[in-house]
Design a protein around this ligand. Structure first.
Ligand SMILES: N[C@@H](CCC(=O)N[C@@H](CS)C(=O)NCC(=O)O)C(=O)O
Length: 203
């Protein structure tokens, strides 16, 4: 690596937090570029060249320009922590589990949680949304609790980028998934205590 990775973000608590956390865990040098949405900085021709949708996070790592937080974290962990924060391809079953949790975090968990920001335009709609998130959270507990009751991290092999993705997303459903649910509460306590997470101001 010749130059620090450029990380484009809006603020500490957007989806760039998980990327920053991973970079801190790996000790990979990076430069934060804080974009002010209100000043149109996500809409400039220069930024749209990096991310045509004008969203964050985006990274530039040499010739690589990449967006989508899960893809960014998978790329970075493979490139800079292969075999440690990202299981190796030859560890077939571990790698399969890892990939599942990376995709689950954004494709299943975050999709549901995101409704609480968008489907809340009237009191009636808000009630329906919260009922849905509550019900879905019961399903999430069915897959997460048995694992976190028996191990500290989502993979049996130990802490990985999959924990970063999961733990960065879970707090969005705090009331339904974490509160009064000791396995996930304790997991989140462990994640929030990590030096890299504190440095990256994820929580
Ligand atoms: N699936 C994408 C979602 C990216 C996304 O929507 N990011 C938000 C910030 S967390 C954003 O850039 N929103 C644009 C806006 O608010 O105008 C990812 O995981 O990176």
């Amino acid at each position: 690596m010749t130059k620090p990775i450029d990380l484009y973000a809006m603020g500490w608590q957007d989806r760039s937090d998980r990327v920053r956390w991973l970079l801190e865990e790996m000790g990979v040098p990076y430069t934060n570029h804080w974009l002010k949405k209100s000043a149109g900085e996500m809409n400039t021709p220069e930024y749209r060249k990096l991310n045509p949708m004008g969203r964050v996070p985006t990274i530039v790592d040499g010739d690589i320009i990449l967006s989508e937080s899960a893809a960014v974290c998978m790329y970075l962990a493979d490139r800079y922590s292969y075999g440690t924060l990202a299981p190796k391809m030859e560890d077939v079953s571990l790698r399969a589990e890892y990939t599942k949790w990376m995709v689950f975090s954004v494709g299943t968990l975050e999709c549901v949680i995101a409704r609480m920001f968008t489907h809340v335009n009237t009191p009636e709609e808000t009630a329906v949304t919260h009922k849905f998130v509550k019900e879905q959270s019961e399903l999430f507990k069915l897959v997460l609790n048995p694992i976190l009751e028996k191990q500290d991290y989502i993979l049996q092999s130990g802490f990985s980028a999959a924990d970063i993705m999961l733990a960065a997303v879970i707090p969005g459903a705090q009331d339904y998934l974490v509160t009064n649910n000791p396995p996930i509460q304790k997991y989140m306590d462990r994640m929030m205590a990590r030096t890299a997470a504190i440095k990256a101001k994820v929580f």
